[in-house]
Design a protein around this ligand. Structure first.
Ligand SMILES: [Zn+2]
Length: 256
């Protein structure tokens, strides 16, 4: 979590949170100030992109927001007619990312539930259990085709919140928060985003003695640098015949 956006000191907005936001597109109904768009935070960070977004300068802290649309939201044009959603269903628009400044973003007070089980093998119910104002079960790709949300990439921040809990992350990383009882100092943190991948290869150029390689690549590299062999760091090898779960268990705790 390299950066966070905060509209109030007690409520940092984190990746995967649902928000209402104003965009900076000219002629948009939000006029650049009314937070009428629905969205989901994909990431928060310093703007070091070579392409520019309106109203955003180099090095500003920006919120990367993926747009969400529904029958009852102000943005309902991109919904394919064959979907026939009810008033509670919203859709994620893939590739519709906006980069906006933190003041343009506020928590969405309506409860929105992600229904990852839709059309899945583990919980193929049509809708999530009650207790939501809106639900999301499909994502619409840039060519207009819908697919279940479990077939989309998970937001890294969402997985971290699930694993470590929101309160734990806020207590440890948000310097605006008071220290929890019994804690005298907050750990200093260096953010080092990286990609991990696991790849099997044959020891003798065949798969009779296969080894499992575990690697990391720093995530903040350009596409060209990420593809250089020198930027791929092997962590360990899973010996032939070893249990993959055991190898992950051995190195996992040292990686977070
Ligand atoms: Zn707008």
């Amino acid at each position: 979590m390299p950066q966070q956006a905060s509209s109030t000191p007690l409520a940092p907005i984190l990746p995967s949170d649902f928000v209402r936001f104003a965009c900076a597109r000219q002629g948009c109904h939000c006029n650049g100030t009314n937070r009428t768009h629905f969205g989901r935070v994909l990431a928060v960070g310093r703007n070091r992109r070579s392409s520019r977004s309106p109203g955003v300068a180099y090095d500003d802290v920006v919120v990367k927001v993926q747009q969400i649309v529904g029958k009852s939201t102000p943005d309902n044009g991109p919904i394919p007619p064959m979907l026939q959603p009810d008033a509670a269903e919203l859709f994620i628009l893939e590739g519709s990312n906006s980069y906006v400044l933190p003041p343009a973003v506020a928590f969405c007070t309506d409860k929105i539930t992600m229904h990852y089980g839709f059309e899945s093998d583990w919980n193929a119910s049509d809708k999530p259990v009650d207790g939501y104002r809106y639900y999301i079960r499909q994502i619409i790709s840039s060519d207009g085709r819908p697919r279940p949300v479990h077939r989309s990439h998970a937001i890294r921040g969402e997985l971290e919140l699930l694993t470590f809990t929101r309160q734990n992350i806020i207590n440890n990383l948000d310097t605006a928060q008071p220290l929890p009882a019994g804690v005298t100092h907050r750990p200093r943190v260096i953010s080092f985003p990286f990609l991990t991948f696991i790849d099997g290869f044959g020891l003798y150029r065949n798969m009779y003695r296969s080894l499992m390689g575990f690697y990391i690549i720093p995530a903040g590299l350009s596409y060209t640098d990420r593809n250089r062999r020198t930027n791929v760091f092997p962590i360990t090898l899973g010996p032939h015949g070893s249990n993959l779960a055991d190898v992950v268990k051995a190195i996992g705790p040292r990686m977070y």
